[in-house]
Design a binder for this molecule. Structure first.
Ligand code: PMT
Length: 401
């Protein structure tokens, strides 16, 4: 039995010459045992006929949200799917997806879906290299979507360079690996904290920080992909995980995050604390907006609970606790102190001294410090890949007697 067997896949096709490869892709997916429903953007039909795809998939192809006779329910389609694969994804479709412009059935179904989304871009090399396209790709990845990298070579324009859609076999292999990864943490429960906390000053203002939640979300998605049951305690972040195995608890303050973490840690095998928790909060939050007066305003701050230290204290044999350290100086010494004090099994160090690392970026550069003084150093890479490195080390710890 292949691991695509029984998977329901929405295959989104947009208007590119590479659309002819989508017929091969549909055929390969079906051969692997997947059910394939094709959605086409209006311009895709200029490159490949709906009849070809309907014949291959044995299902009608949808290219309009509604016609004079019927309405195609994009919400139902989005919820039906185990995965959406958009191949080819043109520059225009990437832009529509990135900004949520749901003026065709493909983007409407994408916005309604809760499943993993994969996109395989196809375009000319200059369009691919343009900052607007690259920004759209980054935005889509930051929402948890998976980029299937473009290939290089001769393009339809006659130019040579990156921009070719990945070959159908490579796309199928990517999906296979995605679902294969789902085994290594099967049966494990993982608790992850992520994002900032907001500590109210009054109904309008708060003390917060620059965390976007991207690092914690990438960890939640990757742990879920490896088969874990994931509880994500997420501070105020505009992002949401897409993987159905991630249960998200939204919180705002450190105290709320503390309560949620205490509730779920006893049942967890692994805790990973990626949240940037405010160490202090205003002693009292004013019920009314504080009015401006002449002179300075003094706020009294009190200590917030240290969630990591509380979990470290309550840790039972067999549970693993992984902390983060965000440092600006004396990185190693500070991280080692936190490793010890908070009773972590290992700690992920990221430094704001490293360009592209830390808050609110799509990449990170980390070192993982272990209790036995072992240090693993990693290159700057996308947070999704960083999450893989962290979970690989966690799995190594799980295997140790
Ligand atoms: O969300 P992103 O924009 O992707 O950014 C990711 C990140 C930079 C926030 C992340 O990679 C990171 O470093 N998170 C930890 C940030 C932090 O607050 O570190 P710290 O050194 O202050 O805290 C040490 C550890 O104790 C952390 O695991 C933290 O979650 C935990 N802690 C801290 C204070 C507190 N009151 N309770 C805690 O649990």
């Amino acid at each position: 039995m292949t691991n695509l067997k029984g998977k329901k896949i929405l295959l989104g096709i947009s208007g590119s010459i590479a659309a002819y490869k989508s017929a091969f892709l549909a055929r390969l997916l079906i051969k692997e045992g997947a059910e394939v429903q094709v959605l086409m953007t209006p311009s895709a039909a200029a490159f490949i006929t709906p009849l070809t795809l309907a014949t291959l998939t044995k299902r009608p192809v949808f290219s309009e949200v509604s016609t004079e006779e019927s309405w195609n329910n994009h919400v139902e389609l989005g919820l039906w799917a185990d995965a959406i694969v958009i191949a080819p994804a043109t520059a225009t479709t990437l832009s529509r997806l990135a900004c949520g412009l749901a003026d065709n059935i493909l983007v409407a179904a994408y916005l309604s879906a809760r499943c993993p989304v994969f996109f395989a871009p196809a375009m000319d090399l200059d369009m691919w290299a343009h900052p607007a396209t690259q920004e759209n790709v980054r935005r889509l990845q930051s929402y948890g979507n998976h980029l299937i990298p473009v290939g290089g070579g001769e393009l339809a324009s006659g130019l040579t360079g990156p921009g070719r859609m990945a070959e159908p076999e490579a796309i199928v292999e990517y999906l296979r690996r995605f679902w294969q990864g789902g085994q290594s943490l099967a049966g494990r429960k993982v608790l992850i904290t992520a994002g900032p906390t907001y500590e109210p000053i009054d109904p309008v203002r708060f003390i917060g920080n620059r965390s976007s939640g991207k690092m914690g979300l990438a960890l939640a998605e990757e742990a879920a992909r490896r088969g874990a049951q994931v509880t994500l305690v997420l501070g105020p972040s505009r992002l949401s995980p897409r993987h159905p195995a991630v249960q998200t608890i939204r919180v705002e303050t450190a105290e709320e995050m503390h309560q949620a973490a205490l509730r779920h840690f006893p049942d967890a095998d692994i805790g990973i604390l990626a949240a940037a928790v405010s160490d202090y909060r205003p002693k009292e939050a004013s019920p009314e907006k504080i009015k401006k007066k002449s002179g300075s305003l003094h706020l009294e701050l009190v200590l917030n609970p240290d969630i990591a230290a509380a979990l470290g204290k309550s840790k039972k044999p067999g549970q693993l606790l992984v902390g983060f350290a965000l440092e600006t100086q004396n990185e190693l010494a500070n991280a080692l102190e936190k490793l010890e004090k908070k009773n972590f099994d290992c700690i992920v160090l990221n430094s704001l001294q490293d360009a592209g690392a830390g808050f609110n970026v799509d990449t990170n550069k980390i070192s993982i410090l272990h209790k036995n003084n072992k240090i693993s150093n990693f290159e700057l890479k996308p947070k999704a890949a960083v999450a893989e490195d962290i979970l690989d080390e966690v799995e190594m710890l799980l295997r140790q007697p």
